[in-house]
Design a protein around this ligand. Structure first.
Ligand code: SF4
Length: 100
């Protein structure tokens, strides 16, 4: 009986912790550069690879990580303009706007 109780007292909190971990990892998917919304905004995972001559809207240093729409503090964060999917902090698109 004690073993069964100990088992339950161990497994229930562990399951609660694991379910929290699962939720943390169940974040939005990373956006695909090839989906129409991303193509339309010329989104790139790496802003430094944008051809500034072809796309003069791009300015060095303007990245998702310092865009007002970027939601996150990690290497990937959510962008509401791309369907709530994750974009790279070093990414860029034509809708970039300086974070206030
Ligand atoms: Fe990145 Fe901002 Fe464009 Fe979203 S709107 S993809 S955060 S530059």
């Amino acid at each position: 009986m004690t073993n069964r109780r100990q088992f339950i007292m161990t497994i229930v909190p562990a399951a609660a912790v694991l379910s929290g971990v699962t939720c943390a990892h169940a974040q939005a998917a990373k956006v695909d550069e090839k989906v129409p919304a991303a193509v339309g905004l010329l989104y790139k995972h790496d802003g430094t690879k944008v051809d500034a001559k072809k796309y003069p809207q791009y300015k060095a240093g303007n990245i998702c990580g310092n865009c007002q729409f970027y939601q996150g503090k990690e290497a990937w964060g959510v962008c509401p303009l791309l369907g709530g999917k994750q974009v790279a902090a070093k990414g860029w698109c034509t809708a970039w706007a300086k974070k206030a």
